[in-house]
Design a protein around this ligand. Structure first.
Ligand code: CP
Length: 310
């Protein structure tokens, strides 16, 4: 089966076979990242523009590394050092970049839906590197790859996602991806950070107590509090948040013995994760980052029309 999408905007848009194809391709391509010479000619002659309107360490760097490992030319633009600071609109910026004939624009933007708007107006492929509180599909894919490598499957897994669900694009992509692949998602977080009706997204259970979500879980995914997206204070204090929704060894002991701990980063140590848990053997946080390169290679490869990798 080939990949029929010009753009990757949201995991909500992908079916089980398409997600499986991206994960299988990432698994195959990950071998390149372990070689001495980490480069193949697959996307030679292609140009990738990374257009970031918001801060990023992991996503921007790994999209750039992914493009370079596939021999594409990668160019990075950060809004703070571009003509966006002079008032240029997204549409004008896109048209000017398009005049330079890129094959793919990878964009991060603070506005949910900015990518859909862009993708309708440009002929090149658009990949969403995070839009507001909407979706972060490459993060969702790398999370699923990390879980699949550990457990050999996604179907039937109990995945606890804990924290600021309302403002988390990671939570949304994880929920769409995981439920499409047959996992059962349990959510926990402060009532002020839990969207009403979120359980209607699929095989999703909302828990009042974090311990109910973590109990016998295969995966415990902790989320960062998105203070930059909260219009008003939604928490009495960070200390209280850590007490009720932080993951410490006692709460983690409720999960299955071989459960893994995940976090998309950046971590607020002592808030959503205690340092002991962040650095324990069950923590797969750096494995997620490692898998981010392979997943982004797979995304770039397939929007360029790549055939399934054997
Ligand atoms: N997980 C994630 O999106 O990290 P960055 O903001 O550093 O890209």
């Amino acid at each position: 089966m080939g990949f029929r999408h010009k753009d990757i905007i949201a995991l909500k848009d992908l079916n089980k076979e398409e997600i499986q194809l991206l994960l299988d391709t990432a698994d195959s391509l990950s071998e390149i990242n372990r070689r001495d010479i980490k480069k193949v000619p697959t996307l030679r002659g292609k140009t990738v523009i990374n257009l970031f309107y918001e801060a990023s360490t992991r996503t921007r760097t790994s999209f750039e590394i992914a493009a370079k490992r596939l021999s594409a030319d990668a160019v990075n633009i950060t809004a703070s050092t571009s003509s966006v600071t002079k008032g240029e609109t997204l549409s004008d910026t896109a048209n000017n970049l398009l005049a330079m004939k890129p094959d793919i624009i990878v964009m991060r933007h603070s506005i949910s839906g900015a990518h859909e708007y862009l993708a309708k107006r440009v002929s090149c492929s658009v990949i969403n590197a995070g839009d507001g509180a909407h979706e972060h599909p490459s993060q969702g894919l790398l999370d699923m790859l990390t879980m699949r490598q550990k457990f050999g499957k996604l179907e039937g897994l109990k995945v606890a996602i804990v924290g600021d669900i309302t403002h988390s694009r990671v939570a949304r992509s994880d929920i769409y991806g995981l439920t499409t692949m047959g996992a059962h998602v349990f959510l926990a977080g402060p009532p002020t950070m839990m969207p009403i009706g979120i359980e209607r997204l699929g095989n999703v259970t909302v828990c009042k107590d974090m311990r109910e979500a973590v109990d016998q879980a295969d995966v415990v995914m902790m989320l960062r509090i998105q203070l930059e997206r909260q219009g008003k204070t939604l928490l009495p204090s960070m200390r209280e948040y850590a007490r009720y929704f932080g993951l410490n060894p006692a709460v983690l002991s409720l999960a299955k013995k071989d459960a893994i701990v995940m976090h998309p980063g950046p971590i607020n140590r002592g808030v959503e994760l205690s340092s002991v848990v962040a650095d324990c053997d069950q923590s797969h946080v750096l494995k997620q980052v490692e898998n981010g390169v392979a997943v982004r290679m797979a995304m770039l490869y397939h929007v360029c029309g790549g055939e399934p990798v054997e």
